[in-house]
Design a protein around this ligand. Structure first.
Ligand SMILES: [Fe+2]
Length: 285
């Protein structure tokens, strides 16, 4: 209860209020339920909005991912096509070099055959033999930039002409370096005219500093030049060429490569001889 007062503060009575506790409990419980339902609804709406948002974003991301994957695939295919085109271009340049000089026709294939025979004798791995074969095939591709007057000159080259001719190793290395799958052959091409005694070019490398593939190609190249008729220097006989190779051991050529070449000549002469030469032609070994 509570006292009731007049305007002037004089007590005039009392007021008493009776509460029914059950009704109060039920009203409180109902209000609590309402609050929980509202909270639950708000959370449900928020959760639904979140799910829709995430699903939308995921779908967008998936679409963007598909587009990116497609572009990446296109890019790889283009890069592969570009690589193939470059390889074909180099093969064409190589063929053009040989076509310009009839005396070197088939030279790169013959150098490749002899180089691989020496490489097998030296127990090179399959990967090294692959590098060796490709490098041998393209070792003179840099001659594409050499003028005809020098490339096909019937006679010894003047000093300034020889300087230009020597550039074919660096030009060749630069050409093949454009193809990513040819990176392994760049050094073999650049150094195939180095000499064991350091008097070669372009870098004057000596001994075992010269990449093995380059040293093998150098010998195979010299062997082919010695045994092929040229307008200004008739090819040596096969035996003379063999003896010349041996006399250049530790001067122009790596001793290990000369020895391997000699063993091949002895055991498998058909691997290094010109196809038309009888295997009995090598009496020097
Ligand atoms: Fe060369």
């Amino acid at each position: 209860w509570a006292p009731l007062s007049s305007g002037k503060g004089r007590p005039v009575g009392a007021a008493q209020v009776f509460l029914e506790p059950t009704a109060l409990d039920s009203s409180t419980a109902s209000a609590t339920r309402t609050v929980w339902v509202v909270v639950g609804l708000v959370f449900a709406i928020l959760w639904l909005a979140l799910v829709l948002l995430v699903r939308g974003a995921a779908a967008r991301l998936s679409r963007q991912n598909d587009v990116l994957m497609g572009r990446s695939r296109d890019l790889s295919e283009s890069s592969l096509r570009l690589e193939e085109n470059l390889m074909e271009t180099i093969e064409t340049l190589n063929a053009a070099v040989e076509a310009r000089d009839p005396y070197t026709a088939g030279h790169s294939q013959r150098v490749r055959r002899v180089a691989l025979a020496i490489g097998r004798e030296l127990s090179l791995s399959a990967k090294q033999l692959g590098t060796l074969g490709t490098a041998a095939l393209f070792h003179d591709v840099g001659k594409i930039g050499i003028p005809d007057s020098i490339l096909t000159k019937a006679g010894p080259l003047e000093r300034n002409e020889a300087v230009i001719m020597r550039e074919h190793v660096t030009r060749g290395a630069e050409i093949v370096s454009k193809v990513s799958s040819f990176q392994d052959i760049v050094h073999a091409i650049r150094h195939h005219h180095e000499r064991w005694d350091g008097l070669g070019y372009p870098d004057g490398q000596r001994g075992n500093d010269i990449p093995l593939e380059a040293a093998i190609i150098g010998l195979a190249d010299a062997w082919d030049a010695m045994t092929t008729d040229r307008p200004y220097a008739h090819g040596l006989t096969l035996n003379e060429a063999m003896l010349q190779i041996r006399s250049c051991r530790e001067k122009q050529f790596s001793p290990a490569v000369v020895d391997a070449f000699w063993r091949v000549a002895k055991r498998h002469p058909s691997d290094i001889l010109p196809p038309e030469a009888p295997t009995s032609a090598l009496v020097a070994v």
